[in-house]
Design a protein around this ligand. Sequence first.
Ligand SMILES: Cc1cc2nc3c(=O)[nH]c(=O)nc-3n(C[C@H](O)[C@H](O)[C@H](O)COP(=O)(O)OP(=O)(O)OC[C@H]3O[C@@H](n4cnc5c(N)ncnc54)[C@H](O)[C@@H]3O)c2cc1C
Length: 335
Amino acid sequence: MAPPLNVVVVGGGPAALATLQALRDYAGGCVQLTVVAPENDTDAVRARARALRADLFGGRVGAVDAGHHEVSLLDGRRVAYDALVVAVGARARVAYTRARTFFGQAGTVALDRLLADLHDGHTRSLAFVVPPGVAWSVPLYELAIQAGTEARAAGLDIPMRLLTPERTPLELFGERARLAVDPLLDAAGVTFRGATTVTELPGGVLREGRTGARFVRERVVALPALDGPSLPGLPATFEGFVPVDAYGAVRGMVDVFAAGAATAYPVEQRDLAEQQAGTVAAVLAQRAGACVTPEPWEPVVRGHLLAGRGRSLVLDRDALARSRTLLRGAALDGR
Ligand SMILES: Cc1cc2nc3c(=O)[nH]c(=O)nc-3n(C[C@H](O)[C@H](O)[C@H](O)COP(=O)(O)OP(=O)(O)OC[C@H]3O[C@@H](n4cnc5c(N)ncnc54)[C@H](O)[C@@H]3O)c2cc1C
């Protein structure tokens, strides 16, 4: 009997865990699994690794040595693979120095902080800004709608606006989403300013691209900008993301795959990361001898917008055609 395929998965987030889970489901004992995740993530990963009979290395991969079929960790250890799955995510960074950056804090921490600021009386107006290149804007809509709703309920009259490169609210989800989100923004007192790119001038002054208007007294809350991992040994786009084909194979490499936010698909979202991981797992399971027929990854964008006070909006449609148009040049094969 052939020895099990030795698959090394790098990362401890949704894409890595979904890859491990799907590989064990599809291929059972035909694969030997190893996961490499940074020490601070290993508590969360350990239980899953144990349940999936995966070996766990606590540490950060510093480079891929494709010639030797190994990854090297920053502490000098090396881990050999038959097939490698890189799922190290994107790197979120502050897009505007004078804005408060919303990194997706758990629970209501960001909203609570924002509301505390509104109540202290120093905030006269508030702008929510989606930086250029960020396609997954739902978290900022949630924050804006919830902040506006709570401010109104508290009797605070604070002008709020949401500035975004999207032409319509949640453009990724099309016209139906716009029709659903418009009234939520209205009711929350948040003015939508679409097709707007905000840039930062030297000295931290923010400027609206379309009108050239500067932000003077407004408090600003922004999503982070995202860079790719730029992992040595892997090809990268200009922004550092890993280019892959529709099966998650890294372009120009043998036995190296990538999934999730590290890849050069322009919408960073957990569900998409897990879909892509499932495709990679199917490819590797077939290679390991399992009876699985991998299908090319067809991203289906779905979401959920939490509007606060028990209200939520399901964003679910066949967004494929739309997202391909919106994300020009991002069709799977040309990524
Ligand atoms: C502000 C913000 C809000 C968001 N809100 C939502 C939301 O509401 N809903 C949603 O679906 N998505 C949301 N997302 C997107 C979501 O977080 C990502 O799409 C998802 O986490 C991608 O999963 P991933 O596993 O590819 O990457 P990550 O979740 O980033 O995981 C990467 C993993 O790799 C590890 N790693 C990194 N470098 C190395 C290395 N060199 N060696 C080993 N391990 C490494 C990291 O420690 C981490 O464990 C949000 C993103 C942001 C920035």
